[in-house]
Design a protein around this ligand. Structure first.
Ligand SMILES: C[S@@+](CC[C@H](N)C(=O)[O-])C[C@H]1O[C@@H](n2cnc3c(N)ncnc32)[C@H](O)[C@@H]1O
Length: 229
């Protein structure tokens, strides 16, 4: 991996943070399951081989996503906004380690180059048989989703619209999500996007369809978590 961001992590020193994430997720998701750290590490070592020139995902945020994948007991995982697929592959790797080949991932991105990079990295993660990638407007692809979604992650960032699509995409996904399913939105703590995040929080609270949301400062970017009622 060209980025140095994962080269410096010392997981032995970070075990208190890992345990804290497990504890928070046990409260939020109400799952008795604990991820096996050795299985996360096996995935993380694959991620370190990805060809990417940048990433907004810290190693600890990757652990968080992996743990959500395991603890949510998800089989149907949908991610919108892929770049090189680091976060989506990690989320899906957690689900795969919980539910094996029953897991079906759907990765959506407007940019065909980002879809191609994500596909390659899914291959490197041993996930290519579990994930379908679609390049194009996610609203159209989401419209074709029939079976309930168990785990849904938003991380779009358009050059012009930036994160304006968070709210419409969350609205569109809500009727597709089964009770107990999890919605994640990345960058919840970034001051630049507080307007968009506040709108999303307003919808999640006001709709009556979710428990939460909780804004979790796993790292400086943060992540929003809501559980579908
Ligand atoms: C911040 S990057 C995603 C990072 C990624 N989650 C990761 O693991 O590194 C934002 C991505 O959103 C995509 N994008 C922007 N607007 C979009 C939209 N409306 N629908 C789908 N993808 C979009 C961009 O092409 C880009 O790949």
């Amino acid at each position: 991996m060209r980025s140095q961001v994962y080269a410096e992590i010392d997981w032995e020193r970070e075990q208190a943070g890992v345990a804290a994430i497990d504890d928070i997720l046990r409260q939020v998701i109400r799952s008795p399951v604990r991820p096996q750290f050795s299985r996360f590490l096996a995935h993380f070592q694959r991620v370190q081989q990805f060809e990417v020139d940048q990433t907004g995902f810290s190693a600890m945020m990757l652990y968080f996503l992996y743990a959500v994948g395991v603890m949510s007991d998800a089989k149907r995982v949908v991610g919108i906004g892929l770049y090189a697929g680091i976060s989506f592959c990690t989320l899906t790797a957690g689900a795969r380690d919980a539910n094996g080949d029953e897991v079906q991932g759907l990765g959506l991105d407007e940019n065909p180059d980002h879809v191609a990079a994500s596909r390659l990295n899914a291959h490197r993660s041993g996930l290519d048989n579990l994930i379908e990638f679609i390049a194009g407007p996610p609203r159209i692809a989401l419209g074709a989703v029939k079976a309930p979604i168990d785990l849904f992650m938003l991380d779009v960032h358009h050059p012009v619209r930036e994160k304006d699509d968070y709210l419409p995409l969350a609205r569109q996904a809500t009727p597709l999500m089964r009770p107990g399913s999890i919605l994640l939105a990345h960058d919840a703590c970034v001051p630049r996007w507080q307007g968009v995040i506040d709108e999303l929080v307003g919808f999640l609270r006001g709709s009556g369809c979710y428990d939460g949301p909780w804004t979790l400062p796993v790292d400086s970017t943060g992540i929003l978590v809501a559980v579908r009622r």
